[in-house]
Design a protein around this ligand. Structure first.
Ligand SMILES: Cc1cc2nc3c(=O)[nH]c(=O)nc-3n(C[C@H](O)[C@H](O)[C@H](O)COP(=O)(O)O)c2cc1C
Length: 196
């Protein structure tokens, strides 16, 4: 059974670079047989957080929020592609994730960070680790760290040069780790409803 994996990315910049990594992750997961889909926070364009999804009376949430809630509920696993703004998470992606809570529970999540420089966004990746844990996801220990992103992936998300080769080597383990936990959580959910 193909894993349903949602790949989240949240830069709103016109000249954004991280879309290269998001596209690479989606393509790589699909090549391994997963049912992977990009969720681009800029395209979904939820408003700055006012009411969380669960605070709307049933059936009255804005259509894009309702559709995303259903996508999240029906996914087996998540990947968060994160850049770093001043050592922290990008606000567009954080805003999108904060609209939901219970919808995220009981699934594994993986973090793929990147930056313009050699630190590869790892400080933002570290912040996301605790954010995702707080939201009920189990964060896997394998992570991708990509930097400088412009020297690792070309504009179409294809790996380039020695940095691209290193990413290709890391991706296999990253995807194997996520697939293992994804299946484990699905089997466990099939054995009975989660405790809360
Ligand atoms: C507001 C802002 C803050 C940034 N802060 C950091 C930083 O703390 N560390 C870092 O490695 N790069 C930083 N950068 C550079 C980003 O890594 C680079 O612009 C990257 O392409 C941003 O992702 P995006 O293009 O997907 O928006 C910053 C960029 C912006 C626009």
């Amino acid at each position: 059974m193909a894993d349903k994996v949602l790949v989240f990315y949240g830069s709103y910049r016109a000249d954004r670079m991280g879309i290269r990594l998001a596209d690479y992750v989606v393509a790589g997961l699909r090549a391994r047989g997963a049912d992977a889909e990009l969720v681009d926070a800029k395209a979904v364009n939820l408003p700055m957080l006012d009411r969380m999804y669960k605070e709307y009376p049933k059936g009255s949430a804005p259509a894009p929020m309702e559709a995303l809630a259903e996508q999240i509920r029906s996914a087996d696993a998540f990947v968060f592609v994160t850049g770093e703004y001043n050592w922290g998470p990008q606000p567009g992606l954080k805003n999108l994730t904060d609209h939901f809570l219970e919808e995220w529970f009981w699934r594994p999540a993986a973090i793929a960070s990147y930056s313009a420089g050699r630190f590869s966004g790892v400080r933002s990746g570290t912040a996301w680790h605790s954010i995702l844990s707080e939201m009920g996801m189990v964060v896997i220990s394998s992570a991708l760290a990509v930097g400088p992103i412009s020297q690792t992936l070309d504009a179409s998300g294809k790996p380039t040069g020695s940095a691209g080769e290193a990413l290709e080597r890391a991706f296999g383990r990253f995807a194997d780790d996520l697939a293992w936990w994804s299946e484990a959580a699905r089997v466990q959910r099939g054995r009975g409803a989660p405790p809360y």
